[in-house]
Design a protein around this ligand. Structure first.
Ligand code: ZN
Length: 357
């Protein structure tokens, strides 16, 4: 079994998680510059990036105005369907709301589906980040961690695994090298298909997630993963119900999503890069569990990963969060990865859900 830590030990999990925490391992300045996150026009710079500028116009006066014709109203919470809500925050022409019923945060209005597909199919900002060697190295450790969690929780067999939103395919390479027989990757972005070589056991399918076709994808999956993808999905309940049909009984649904109740998001709020054009949903522990519960998925593991500790300390120092100022005087040494993850304050939620019936 692929087991470099014990899932039941908080300390052992913490040690491994710290290995794929870019901020912690390399410092924000190096990590952000080497992975194309910082610099003019990049996500950590605080202004409009290339893709966002296709749907929002910077007027220079009232600043950001949504460009007419590209936006649609969202009348109900994407998780629980309630229409009761309060404004949560605004950033760069985006409005984020908080559901009064389930605490889910979501974008309203959001970019209409036709326009967003067009932008995704040519999302250079994302592929520029995720194809960088330092990012791939971090991702590899992250994916190994996830695969070990999956193994330790246990799947019906170790045959068929699917990664929805597979990007450059690093997760599938790891799964394949660890003995998964058949690894299927699905992504909407054309730019990634080039990075797939003819690796036996790995198959790449280009499609949007809203049009997943069971005839094309098959069924009887032991595990389906979505790494930082669910927050992008327009119709959450439909995709979760499709995934349920694709999975075997007792198959696992592995999810990583940004945690809107992370320490970083709680503090940095409207300066936080997580509130961007493509994140239509912002999950907290309760809204993620609510969504899964609605489809009879049982939560078998939940924790947080990625501290963003350097960003947090820069911000507490009164500086811009993403430039790597940090905490030169050590005033915030009491904020540790241990404290963050013990209190589920990490910037990503990891949830593993079992298809119980
Ligand atoms: Zn709700």
């Amino acid at each position: 079994m692929n087991k470099s830590f014990d899932i039941n030990s908080f300390e052992e999990r913490l040690n491994i998680k710290n290995q794929f925490d870019g901020n912690l391992k390399h410092g924000a300045a190096k990590f952000h510059s080497q992975t194309n996150r910082s610099g003019k026009g990049k996500p950590a710079d605080g202004g409009l990036i290339r893709e966002h500028a296709k749907v929002v116009f910077d007027t220079g006066v009232d600043r950001y105005q949504r460009i007419k014709g590209f936006w649609e109203e969202v009348n109900n919470c994407p998780v629980c369907k309630s229409c009761e809500r309060d404004p949560f925050l605004s950033r760069l022409g985006l409005e984020v709301w908080r559901c009064r019923n389930c605490d889910h945060r979501y974008l309203n209005p959001r970019i209409n589906y036709k326009k967003v597909c067009e932008i995704y199919s040519d999302d250079k900002t994302a592929s520029d980040m995720y194809l960088q060697p330092l990012q791939k190295e971090i991702d590899r450790d992250k994916y190994r961690y996830g695969l070990s969690l999956i193994d330790q929780i246990g799947t019906p067999s170790r045959k068929l695994i699917m990664d929805l939103g597979c990007g450059a395919g690093v997760f599938l390479e790891e799964a394949s090298s660890l003995g998964w027989t058949s690894c299927i990757g699905v992504d909407a972005n054309e730019r990634y298909s080039l990075s797939y070589k003819n690796v036996p056991g790995i198959q790449y399918i280009q499609t949007t997630f809203e049009s997943l076709d069971m005839n094309k994808l098959g069924s009887n999956y032991d595990c389906i993963s979505m790494w930082n993808v669910l927050e992008h999905i327009y119709d959450l309940n439909t995709i979760v119900s499709v995934i349920k049909k694709l999975l075997k009984i007792n198959g696992l649904f592995f999810i990583m999503v940004p945690n809107v109740e992370s320490l970083a998001s709680r503090l940095i709020r409207e300066k936080s890069a997580t509130f961007n054009w493509k994140h239509v949903s912002h999950f907290c522990k309760s809204s993620l569990e609510k969504l899964m519960d609605q489809h009879q998925f049982e939560c078998v593991h939940l924790e947080t990963a990625i501290t963003e500790i350097d960003n947090i300390k820069s911000y507490l120092s009164g500086e811009y969060p993403y430039h790597g100022y940090g905490d030169p005087e050590g005033l915030f040494d009491f904020i540790t990865p241990e404290y963050i993850h013990k209190n589920l304050l990490g910037s990503r939620l990891i949830g593993v859900f079992k298809n119980v019936k």
